[in-house]
Design a protein around this ligand. Structure first.
Ligand code: TXA
Ligand code: MG
Length: 348
């Protein structure tokens, strides 16, 4: 059965960390908090352990895992070569919501990299996560701790909903601060290329190292282009409801969402609305939720997955959501929202 252990970030219980570390070293699975989303950890250098992650999540085996480390020295232990600007980026954004991809060395099994010659590496900005990584041997493979196809978990209760009984332990470290997954930066090409937008933005990276490319499939809605991060090709999260994103001026968006919601309610459907602190009072009917404030889009990122899960639980048939800015953390929010919507966008 899955054991759930609460840990206070400011007063880490080392007995629990040791017990969890032992589970990992013996090839078991432990879900743990990070600043982005909860991760499902296994020993990254143990092919059998990595395999269990795919089984527990129901994840396609060609979708590679991110290896989590607790210090910069660990990087040399699993990579064949790293470009010279790596240190600069790591010093600025590690620990933090940034994953970098490098050529792997022989220690990293293909079972962890989905058969690729490259390995994705991240150092999470979370004391509990880093303590666990150290206790578990230093290299912990960890995808988001959700069932494949569900929103990533930002609370221990989300992990329990999806994986109870399938993993040895869940460490409950409270809510994830950021709420969307890390930025993925491919360091094996020049200039480096963003394969998944996150809290570390293109602008932040360019300020540091100059030109940074962005995988074209992230900006184009042409679904025939194959994204470079294998995981990005899957419709990450297929909500039970039909989700539509509405773009335009605030006035027009509110009016159109009210019109569409009323129409669906008249037809007998349950409708969910994703508004913001600035607009919630102006929606008329349906299950209306405020996702955060536009004054600080980080509040929006941190509530996104939780709200999508609530709508799943409430079994709404249609969700209408406002759109968000395409810059800063907004580009990560829109990337995840558009994927959940299957790219259904209305411009008004
Ligand atoms: O914030 C995060 O990154 C979270 C927390 C737990 O650290 N983890 C996470 O893992 O989001 P996951 O497995 O849900 O997403 C990993 C993504 C997938 O899209 C995968 O295809 C891509 O990273 N990826 C991993 N290794 C790769 C590689 N060698 N080349 C290209 N893409 C890679
Ligand atoms: Mg994931």
């Amino acid at each position: 059965k899955t054991k759930v252990e609460k840990i206070n970030k400011n007063q880490i219980n080392t007995d629990i960390i040791e017990e969890a570390g032992k589970i990992l070293k013996e090839g078991g699975l432990v879900a743990f908090p990070t600043e982005t989303v909860y991760g499902l950890g296994a020993d990254a250098l143990n092919e059998e352990a990595a395999k269990k992650i795919y089984e527990a999540k129901g994840r396609p085996s060609d979708n590679p895992l991110i290896v989590h480390v607790a210090d910069l020295e660990a990087l040399d232990g699993i990579t064949a070569s790293i470009p010279s600007c790596t240190k600069k980026i790591a010093e600025a954004y590690w620990p933090g919501p940034l994953t970098m991809i490098f050529e792997k060395n022989d220690r990293v099994p293909y079972g962890t990299t989905g058969g690729l010659e490259t390995v994705a590496v991240r150092m999470p900005d979370h004391d509990v996560a880093r303590a666990l990584i150290r206790a578990g041997g230093g290299y912990i493979a960890a995808p988001s701790a959700n069932t494949s196809g569900r929103p990533s978990p930002t609370k221990a209760s989300h992990v329990k909903e999806d994986l109870d009984g399938r993993i040895e332990m869940i460490i409950d470290g409270g809510d994830s601060k950021i709420g969307v997954e890390s930025t993925i930066l491919d360091m094996t090409v020049f200039p480096p290329m963003i394969l998944r937008p996150g809290a570390v933005t293109r602008e932040m990276l360019e300020e540091l190292i100059g030109d940074v490319d962005v995988d074209k499939t992230l900006i184009s809605s042409d679904s025939k282009l194959a994204p470079k991060a294998p995981g990005m090709k899957y419709r990450h999260y297929a909500p039970k409801a039909d989700l539509t994103v509405v773009e335009g001026s605030t006035e027009a968006v509110v009016a159109e969402i009210n019109r569409m919601a009323a129409e669906k309610i008249r037809e007998g459907f349950q409708v969910g609305i994703i508004g913001t602190k600035e607009t919630v009072d102006r929606y008329q009917a349906g299950d209306i939720k405020s996702i955060g404030t536009r004054e600080d889009e980080r509040t929006i990122a941190s509530h996104l997955y939780g709200i999508l899960r609530e709508f799943d639980d409430d079994e709404v048939n249609y969700i209408f959501s406002e759109a968000f800015a395409g810059e800063g953390i907004g580009s990560a929010i829109m990337n995840r929202l558009l994927k959940a919507a299957g790219h259904r966008v209305i411009r008004v």
